[in-house]
Write a protein that binds this ligand. Structure first.
Ligand SMILES: Cc1cc2nc3c(=O)[nH]c(=O)nc-3n(C[C@H](O)[C@H](O)[C@H](O)COP(=O)(O)OP(=O)(O)OC[C@H]3O[C@@H](n4cnc5c(N)ncnc54)[C@H](O)[C@@H]3O)c2cc1C
Length: 442
């Protein structure tokens, strides 16, 4: 088999890359080991930058049709007393509409649906898009990708090979890059249940010892994530489902009845958060994308966004190389140059958000409540947090910001203007700098 670009792994990242390449006349072959949909829960929250990318791939109308728009994330702190409704002690909203962009909202969509939409789009590009279900990428031999497909071994020759196989990546192994894994003191139980129709926005409710995240999906469903101490899954399971039903009902009375739709532990998935970031994305004509290169704590809902955002930059680069007859290997380092600092930044942001909810101490909770509250009262903190999370831009927190968050300095009264904010929103030159550099050289 021969192709321009070989992609190992047809997850969201590999598929977004393949659609972009095929749509611009670059021939791509995707080998995906699964034959059918995966039953696993994976990331479902699309952040604004990803929505912009999906719009450019011409799939946004379909994504909107099958997704649920989220404009606000509510953070609520409660005290829980058995038998009584939760007592709210603080409530803060983070609103996407503070972002100075038309993409000022998020979308919740089932993971497999977004993959189906991308696959369907790819199939419209005829000879440029080849998707092989049930094809397992085994590694490289003599510079060619070895793929087991329909019980036979095939060699695929390509100009560029992309490792998009997720967390366990044979391409990463072949590149001999190192990863630095960080684990956490908590795990999550995650399950999708029905929701009342009026439950429309994202919400995180916390007590001193409990954390429940709730993100509405279409069709009156809601994805929930409940934090448990690391290593306690077995004990919690032994205590029975009733304990889970009660915990949900105590933290969010609106789900008190719906949570009882969980009748079997098989409906619940254990999610073990950890992070890593490879020391290089590119080696010769090999490159890594998405979870093969980095894994992020799920707290900020960034997993599949980082993969699709990688795909956008890499896809644009490879397309441009083909259009301008430039050698891929010479330009691939631009991909890492653009993506590494952004990914590093979001890994740090997600890590900090995870720490905020990692300890049950009273004093820790007080700090958390103050920090979250300040995020709402101080517009610049609010804008920075939501802009950074969105992926549309990067505006780092300063020492003054942190001092305001810690109540060492007072809240600023001034609102951030759109003009100011736009300075920190990525433009084409930030996303695809090789084009500009090449023009300058020319
Ligand atoms: C169990 C789980 C739960 C998650 N939950 C969340 C969440 O709640 N929120 C969040 O933001 N993120 C979550 N994530 C992370 C998020 O799903 C990923 O960041 C995102 O899917 C990364 O996309 P990807 O395309 O890089 O990798 P993946 O989505 O992992 O796709 C990789 C694809 O490659 C295929 N593959 C693997 N090896 C081979 C091979 N040798 N040959 C051919 N194909 C291969 C796999 O079958 C898969 O389809 C979760 C991840 C996991 C694993």
């Amino acid at each position: 088999m021969q192709t321009d670009v070989f992609v190992a792994g047809g997850g969201v990242g590999g598929l977004a890359l393949a659609v972009k390449l095929a749509s611009r006349g670059v021939q791509v072959t995707v080998a995906e080991q699964l034959k059918n949909e995966s039953p696993l829960y994976k990331g479902e929250l699309l952040q604004p930058k990803t929505i912009a990318i999906l719009d450019h791939l011409a799939v946004l109308p379909e994504v909107l049709e099958h997704g649920h728009k989220i404009e606000t994330l509510a953070f609520q702190e409660v005290n829980v007393n058995a038998g009584d409704p939760p007592e709210e002690i603080e409530s803060t909203d983070l609103t996407y509409n503070r972002i100075a962009s038309t993409y000022n909202y998020a979308i919740m969509i089932p993971h497999e649906k977004i993959k189906a939409i991308l696959k369907n789009k790819g199939s419209h590009y005829g000879g440029y898009f080849e998707y092989l279900p049930g094809a397992r990428f085994l590694g490289f031999e003599n510079g060619e990708a070895q793929v087991k497909y329909k019980k036979q071994a095939h060699a695929v020759t390509a100009d560029v090979y992309i490792g998009a196989e997720g967390r366990s990546s044979p391409t990463r192994q072949a590149m001999q890059v190192s990863i630095n894994r960080k684990d956490y003191n908590h795990h999550f139980l995650t399950v999708t249940i029905p929701r009342p129709e009026s439950f429309q926005e994202g919400k995180i409710v916390t007590s001193r010892t409990a954390f429940l995240g709730m993100f509405p999906l279409p069709d009156n469903q809601i994805r929930t994530v409940y934090m448990i101490p690391a290593g306690e899954y077995k004990a919690i399971k032994e205590n029975g489902l009733e304990q889970v039903h009660e915990a949900y009902g105590q933290l969010e009375p609106r789900l008190k009845e719906d949570v009882r739709s969980i009748k079997d532990w098989k409906q619940i998935q254990l999610m073990v958060p950890y992070t890593y970031h490879v020391d290089k994305y590119v080696k010769g004509n090999l490159a890594l994308l998405g979870d093969a290169a980095h894994t992020v704590h799920p707290m900020a809902g960034e997993g599949m966004n980082l993969a699709i955002q990688d795909a956008d930059v890499l896809g644009e680069l490879l397309t441009w190389c083909k259009e301008h007859k430039k050698p891929y290997y010479a330009y691939l380092p631009y991909y890492e140059q653009v993506r590494r600092p952004r990914v590093e930044f979001l890994l740090r942001l997600s890590h900090l958000s995870a720490l905020v909810y990692s300890y049950p101490y009273r004093w820790w909770r007080k700090i958390r409540m103050r920090a979250v509250d300040r995020m709402y009262e101080d517009d610049r903190l609010h804008v920075k947090q939501i802009l950074n999370t969105s992926g549309l831009g990067m505006w780092d927190f300063s020492l003054v910001d942190r001092a305001i968050q810690g109540s060492v300095l007072p809240v600023r009264k001034k609102k951030v203007s759109d003009i100011r904010q736009k300075r920190y929103i990525f433009d084409e030159n930030d996303d695809y700098p090789w084009k500009q550099n090449d023009n300058r050289k020319g």
